[in-house]
Design a protein around this ligand. Structure first.
Ligand code: UN1
Length: 512
């Protein structure tokens, strides 16, 4: 195990070698194949250990089932107290956990700190929520009857998360699930296994100090696709929340639907932005830059498609090329770096393959090459690419998890909206305009078809208070803020008759 990572893990209370399975504070060695975690910064091996098997997933889900029986009757505000303490502990560990995120994902320090802040924010949100799991009172059609809705805990939740947001996405799900009365079984990406181990150690450590929290409340299983399938197939998990690629999500959806469970899916984005002639160009270039090259283009909310009005396209493209040419690329832990490495060699190959396809489809590619000078050896660094291409090129339909920005031109606003919506995915969208009619139309039912619709900001970097998710192949799930909590609970409709009569609904008479 890498020495710096080892000392970080020690900060979170992990003194032994990383292990593949944890049920609460009880860690066990995985019984599956070895996983070897490498830092994308320089390719150094961070740790190597055995993953959990599908059978071990079964141990976690049955412990979660047992935990559910007691956790569901702990008052929600007391459940909130657990989350409040987890939030406190995360505040204490913010910089260490962010450093681990950078080691394991290659994120720049600012973005890693932001990701941990997102966890803290969702803890605060969930604590408030723990006193606001409101149900409705409904007007009954019958005299002296009370019709109400109650929200009850649903059961153990399976969470499958991706490498690119290895800590925040778990927190969105787990902190909300905990206040809703649900235990959580988490399978992080095996590429970010150590972030999973760190978060689990922090949260399970807090839970162990609270007598109301049963031992099987939080579990961690480190594994690959087989482990993910075991989670999707488990009848103990009424809800599986999965973040990742469209093929992964489709497989999870089919498996969960096959057992009539619920899935909450957060899949590919392929997000677009329209830049109208009235846009503030300074604001536009800054928002494009953060959205397109932040996290080295590896957010599900990353900006990938830019539709620019033809009257400003040349000057905007020119401006962007100038900015791209001087992007500080390199070690994500160094001050001033804005673009860290891609996650691995496969990501680099996927990027180069997409750029080759774009060229073949008539695109003009600016930059996008591998960078080897002035960056740590052993990592896969690239200069983000801008591709001027026709809007109907096939490659534009596809999300490549790398910093490629397709730049397209439009003449007519309705045409821009149609092109913007003309892809299979529907996560995040944006318009840069000072024309109130365009802005409102983009936000209207006839506008963007995405789950996230922004005006005069980029596509990425959502706050946790809103419901996060998207339409079409993005999978339709909503996580984090607003009323996303309802997905983690079951609704009971209660009718109480406090009269001595038995009037039937719909006026039916049924007298003997
Ligand atoms: C993701 O990439 O899976 O809106 C999540 C954002 C972040 C979350 C991204 N708050 O970009």
């Amino acid at each position: 195990i890498h020495t710096r990572v080892q000392s970080l893990l020690l900060e979170f209370g992990i003194s032994e070698e990383p292990k593949g399975l944890a049920i609460g504070s009880r860690w066990s060695a995985g019984q599956g194949a070895d996983v070897s975690v490498h830092s994308p910064i320089d390719g150094a091996q961070l740790a190597s250990f055995a993953m959990a098997t599908p059978e071990q997933v079964g141990q976690a889900t049955s412990a979660a089932r047992t935990a559910f029986a007691s956790w569901r009757v702990v008052p929600a505000p007391v459940r909130g107290e657990l989350v409040r303490r987890i939030g406190d502990r995360l505040r204490h560990h913010k910089s260490d956990l962010a450093e681990l995120v950078s080691w394991e994902t290659g994120k720049i320090t600012q973005e890693s700190l932001g990701e941990v802040q997102e966890m803290i924010d969702v803890c605060d949100f969930a604590v408030g929520l723990s006193r606001q799991l409101y149900g409705k009172t409904i007007a009954s059609e019958r005299p002296l009857h009370r019709l109400t809705e109650q929200w009850h805990p649903l059961g153990p939740i399976g969470v499958i998360s991706a490498f690119n947001f290895p800590v925040a996405v778990w927190a969105w799900n787990a902190m909300v699930a905990l206040v809703c009365g649900d235990p959580v079984v988490w399978k992080p990406s095996e590429k970010a296994a150590l972030c999973g181990i760190a978060c689990h150690a922090i949260a399970a450590g807090v839970a162990a100090e609270m007598p109301e929290a049963p031992p099987g409340l939080l579990s961690l299983v480190i594994g690959d696709a087989e482990t993910g399938k075991a989670i999707a197939d488990s009848p103990e998990l009424p809800l599986v929340s999965a973040t990742g690629s469209v093929p992964m999500g489709r497989d999870v959806a089919v498996r969960v639907a096959g057992r009539l469970g619920r899935s909450l899916l957060e899949l590919g984005g392929n997000n677009g932005m329209i830049v109208a002639p009235s846009a503030d160009l300074e604001l536009a270039t800054r928002s494009i830059l953060f959205a397109a090259v932040g996290t080295c283009g590896q957010r599900c909310t990353s900006l990938r498609r830019l539709y620019v009005h033809e009257s400003i396209a040349d000057s905007l493209a020119d401006q962007l090329r100038k900015l791209y040419a001087r992007l500080p690329i390199g070690d994500p832990k160094s001050d001033g770096t804005l673009v860290g490495p891609l996650i691995d060699e496969n990501a680099m190959v996927a990027m180069q393959t997409a750029l080759a396809a774009a060229r073949q489809q008539g695109g003009t590619v600016f930059a996008g090459e591998q960078v080897t000078e002035g960056v740590p050896a052993g990592g896969f660094y690239v200069r983000p690419a801008i591709v001027e291409i026709a809007a109907d090129a096939a490659i534009v339909q596809q999300e490549t998890f790398a910093p490629i920005l397709y730049l397209m031109r439009y003449r007519d606003f309705d045409e821009a909206i149609a092109m913007h919506n003309g892809v299979p995915q529907g996560l995040a969208s944006a318009i840069l305009t000072n024309d109130v009619r365009e802005a409102e139309l983009f936000c209207s039912p006839a506008g963007s078809d995405c789950g996230i619709v922004n005006v005069n900001i980029g596509t990425s970097g959502a706050e946790i208070g809103g419901a996060f998710g998207g339409e079409k192949e993005t999978g339709g799930g909503r996580e984090s803020g607003s009323d996303s909590w309802k997905a983690y609970m079951r609704r009971a409709t209660n009718t109480v008759n406090y009269s001595p009569e038995l009037p039937l609904a719909q006026g039916i008479r049924f007298d003997l």
